[in-house]
Design a protein around this ligand. Structure first.
Ligand code: TXA
Ligand code: MG
Length: 341
């Protein structure tokens, strides 16, 4: 069985020869998976509609879900957008390169396939040296969604990518596990007030401090996003197993249920913060939001790979700094629905 080509690359000092090989594939219209500081992305030339179409088919992604353009500098971002408001300038100055995506009105040369027909484009300047090096050597903005099949768990290692996308991609750059672990915060700057379309590593407070008060209609609860951004459908980041969130006080009842299920031959996984559960596959998760985010997808992949029938996840605090993790857990626990990205 022939798999995709996987090339190891140093995360700190990427080898220019390896970057040049990857850039050549992108210039020829191919697909390259690469690490960013958040999760692995699957990239193509963001200005080439045919290359973008290949991303949609590799992921099985619905055509109405737009893709982020990754750029090598703020200037390159500005070349894709019709306006660059003060809020964009301040947020970019503070958080770029980094896990923040800005949605702004697009210029005509940005393909409609990238934005799924929307008049706005999402732009992000990533902080990972491999991602940045690849964009710069290729000399183009890179369209890159997370490198998973649509609605499956996002990848934080090259092995996750290989197992999810296999030879649907031409090359995987293996720069080791990603540092942040959940996807960028997505902020829509096309309206009169900024809106958070996807909570993430940069918090609501940090956005508001620089960009002004948020439009609250959009600090989305899972279930509302689909109305705001076509791509933000409910079920996402989801393992094959059934996922159930549980709160404080449910531990004792759940402990009995886990014991009963295991005795009946079921495989039960768990992701715990403070509770103790007796199961065989209970993972202790980090108690801080950044640590939890870093470990989250690897834990879901690990439990899913065990063939769990059920994964029980202890709820995380309902606090602003936990918003990104809470969002991903809620989506993982959402029963099957139409696929997203
Ligand atoms: O951290 C990240 O953002 C990762 C890494 C690879 O950069 N990328 C990522 O891409 O998470 P993806 O496609 O899995 O998620 C992008 C999200 C989707 O929910 C999509 O709907 C939204 O951003 N989005 C992209 N372009 C948009 C646009 N023009 N307007 C509104 N939402 C947009
Ligand atoms: Mg995704």
């Amino acid at each position: 069985m022939s798999g995709p080509l996987v090339l190891p690359i140093s995360a700190e000092h990427p080898d220019p020869a390896v970057l040049a090989e990857a850039a050549g594939i992108l210039q020829a219209g191919g697909l390259v998976a690469f690490p960013t500081e958040t999760v692995y992305g699957v990239g193509a030339n963001a200005l080439d509609p045919r290359a973008i179409a290949r991303i949609f088919s590799a992921k099985g992604r619905p055509g109405f879900n737009p893709i982020i353009a990754h750029v090598g500098s703020t200037e390159e971002a500005r070349e894709l957008v019709r306006s660059w408001p003060e809020a964009a300038e301040r947020l970019a100055a503070r958080f770029w390169p980094g896990p923040l995506t800005l949605v702004l009105p697009k210029l005509p040369h940005v393909p409609d396939t990238l934005t799924a027909g929307a008049p706005a484009v999402a732009v992000r300047l990533p902080a990972h040296p491999v991602a940045l090096g690849l964009i710069r050597v290729a000399g183009m903005p890179i369209a890159a969604p997370s490198a998973n099949r649509s609605s499956a768990i996002s990848p934080t290692t090259a092995e996750h990518v290989r197992r999810g996308l296999g030879d649907r991609v031409d090359l995987i750059l293996d720069g080791g596990p990603t540092g942040v672990g959940i996807e960028s915060t997505v902020v829509d700057l096309t309206g009169s007030a900024p809106r958070i379309l996807r909570p993430g590593p940069i918090s609501q407070q940090e956005i508001e401090a620089l960009a002004g008060r948020l439009d609250r209609r959009a600090s989305p609860r899972p279930g509302e996003e689909a109305l705001l951004s076509p791509g933000l459908l409910d079920r996402h980041y989801a393992p094959r197993a059934r996922v159930r969130l549980f709160g404080a006080g449910e531990g004792a009842t759940l402990a009995r249920e886990v014991a009963r299920r295991e005795a009946a031959g079921e495989v039960v996984g768990g992701m715990l913060l403070e509770e103790e559960l007796p199961g065989r596959h209970m993972l202790r998760m980090p108690g801080d939001p950044a640590g939890y985010a870093r470990a989250l997808y690897a834990a879901l992949h690990q439990l899913d790979d065990l063939g769990c029938d059920l994964i029980v996840i202890e709820e995380v605090p309902d606090e602003i700094l936990w918003a990104g993790v809470r969002d991903r857990l809620a989506r993982a626990a959402t029963p099957e629905a139409p696929a997203s990205g």
